[in-house]
Design a protein around this ligand. Structure first.
Ligand SMILES: Cc1cc2nc3c(=O)[nH]c(=O)nc-3n(C[C@H](O)[C@H](O)[C@H](O)COP(=O)(O)OP(=O)(O)OC[C@H]3O[C@@H](n4cnc5c(N)ncnc54)[C@H](O)[C@@H]3O)c2cc1C
Ligand code: FES
Ligand code: FES
Length: 494
């Protein structure tokens, strides 16, 4: 049976786009794709457009020197939203249909923007290398929230490093701007009506020999994506926060890519009868916004707002965190404890897999070539939740060991408990043996210490730059004690 519009959609999929259409600092741009010789937006800005205000340093999304602001229509919020992103790990083809705002766009009629002016007045610039990125992060915050508080300012700047350690003056400058209600510059508000969702399936081909990606598909519908996956050998790109780092380190290159970040069906998040359903391209920050609006999800929010930086949470997705299968994936620790399930889809149909069964070995997952994660589902836990992450820095750092405990007590009896750890096995794991030991027993310090011993004996950490095997085992023991100290302090003071 033919579906209406099918022929034209297939035709579209075969057509190679000849132009990348987007807004840059308020002006519409149409660039012939054959002239694009760069993979990242940062290189495209600096090499092709000669906009060198965005700086290049780590190329790994870590330092924030390359931060620019992206304006895009959000099907969730039904309006244009602004995001700070690290342009070094943002593939250039993603900018189609979006508004790219760089530091060069802020000057109006020869005058500095008020954020720039505040940086000068507060002596917040020393060498100036971090300054454009800092200002763009602050701009993104003000565009979404014209009067932010100090905590929001700190969170917005958490992904921007200042090598001259001028943090206090930088913060003072931002606090000064936040003192009055920020007025959106006209060149930004004027583009908002023009920006809307990309409704077309896009297909770009790289036109230079050394491109790390040869063909780039960005479908707008799930149906198109699944058909493409069925017929081609494609690598899924989502937020690209993991993949683009590998590309920049020359660890990976790809013939054909399926970018699923623009698929409307995956850009959904809902709460249905106590069950949270997260679509396959929902970012950390989209989840956080949703969690803020739902009283029952507030406890979960605190785990997610320390993942990466604001720039990373703006692009990194929960599905990508799961699928990347890093042993320390932060969101996975919670999702494992919450008994999350994945809905995997292909053009042949859907299947459900428990997250606890999804990992098969180091970086090995139960996902077929023709499948993608369409939904991540979990019931809001009834018990108390505790999350711990041991890392050198609080923000933008990888855990040595991370863990999540969900505990349900009835009086002093442990009715239910779930314990998950990361960084101590080839993939994130649940420690079922310790859970079984604890369930149904009266809680006591001795019991918790025995459970911590069991956890320690069940894990198999390796020694690397983030900690030796021995150190990680000690962390496992101590984190269990700390979880219960948080959840049931009275037991420790009897
Ligand atoms: C500076 C920096 C800081 C970071 N900090 C943290 C941190 O604190 N904690 C943490 O856990 N992680 C962190 N990360 C890692 C990263 O941000 C996350 O793993 C992120 O969730 C990956 O999502 P993505 O959409 O960017 O995935 P991508 O890079 O696009 O893809 C990652 C993998 O997932 C696959 N994939 C993506 N979506 C799907 C889908 N729907 N179906 C099937 N396969 C899919 C891709 O094929 C690929 O193999 C950090 C990364 C950077 C660069
Ligand atoms: S250059 Fe460091 S985050 Fe992009
Ligand atoms: S002023 Fe030198 S890096 Fe910040």
């Amino acid at each position: 049976m033919k579906i209406e519009g099918e022929e034209s959609r297939c035709y579209n999929l075969l057509m190679v786009e000849s132009k990348l259409i987007f807004y840059l600092n308020g002006k519409k741009q149409e660039i012939n794709t054959e002239n694009i010789k760069d993979f990242s937006l940062l290189d495209f800005l600096r090499n092709h457009l000669r906009l060198t205000g965005s700086k290049k340093s780590c190329s790994e999304g870590d330092c924030g020197a390359c931060t620019v602001v992206i304006g895009e229509y959000s099907p969730i919020e039904k309006k244009v939203v602004y995001k700070s992103i690290t342009s070094c790990i943002y593939p250039v083809y993603k900018i189609h249909g979006k508004h790219i705002i760089t530091i060069e766009g802020l000057e109006e009629n020869g005058n500095l923007n008020e954020i720039q002016q505040a940086f000068i007045e507060n002596h917040a610039i020393q060498c100036g290398f971090c300054t454009p990125g800092m200002i763009m992060s602050m701009l993104a915050l003000l565009l979404n929230n014209p009067k932010p508080d100090e905590h929001q300012i700190s969170k917005a700047l958490s992904g921007n490093l200042c090598r001259c350690t001028g943090y206090q003056s930088i913060k003072n400058a931002c606090v000064q701007v936040s003192g009055k209600v920020y007025k959106k510059p006209e060149f930004i508000s004027n583009t908002e009506n023009q920006l809307k969702e990309i409704e077309k399936d896009l297909h770009f081909k790289a036109n230079f020999p050394n491109s790390p990606v040869k063909e780039y598909y960005i479908p707008s519908s799930l149906n198109s994506a699944l058909k493409l996956l069925e017929k081609n050998s494609l690598t899924i790109f989502n937020g690209c926060s993991d993949i683009a780092v590998r590309i920049n380190k020359a660890e990976a290159s790809f013939e054909k890519v399926l970018d699923i970040s623009g698929i409307k069906e995956l850009k959904q998040i809902k709460l249905q009868s106590g069950k949270v359903k997260i679509g396959g391209n929902i970012t950390f920050n989209e989840f956080l916004k949703f969690a803020e609006r739902n009283e029952k999800l507030k406890a979960i929010k605190e785990f997610f707002e320390f993942i990466g930086s604001n720039q990373i949470r703006n692009i990194g997705t929960i599905a990508g965190n799961i699928s990347n299968a890093s042993p320390i994936a932060d969101s996975v620790i919670f999702l494992l404890s919450a008994d999350a399930e994945l809905v995997l889809s292909s053009s042949k149909g859907k299947r459900k897999v428990k997250l606890t069964d999804f990992y098969k070995g180091y970086k090995q997952i139960d996902l077929n070539k023709n499948e993608l994660i369409e939904w991540i589902e979990f019931e809001i836990p009834e018990g108390e939740i505790s999350f711990l992450k041991t890392s050198k820095r609080k923000e933008v750092d990888i855990a040595s060991v991370n863990s999540c405990v969900i505990l349900k007590l009835k009086g002093r009896k442990i009715k239910d408990v779930a314990i998950s750890f990361g960084g101590v096995f080839p993939y994130p794991i649940r420690i079922f043996k310790a859970e079984e030991y604890l369930k149904g027993k009266e809680i006591s310090r001795k019991l918790i210490e025995k459970a911590a011993e069991i956890c320690k004996s069940e894990v198999k950490p390796i020694s690397d730059v983030r900690g030796s095997e021995d150190f990680r085992k000690k962390l496992v023991y101590n984190q269990i004690l700390k979880h219960f100290l948080k959840l049931t302090p009275e037991v420790f003071y009897e």
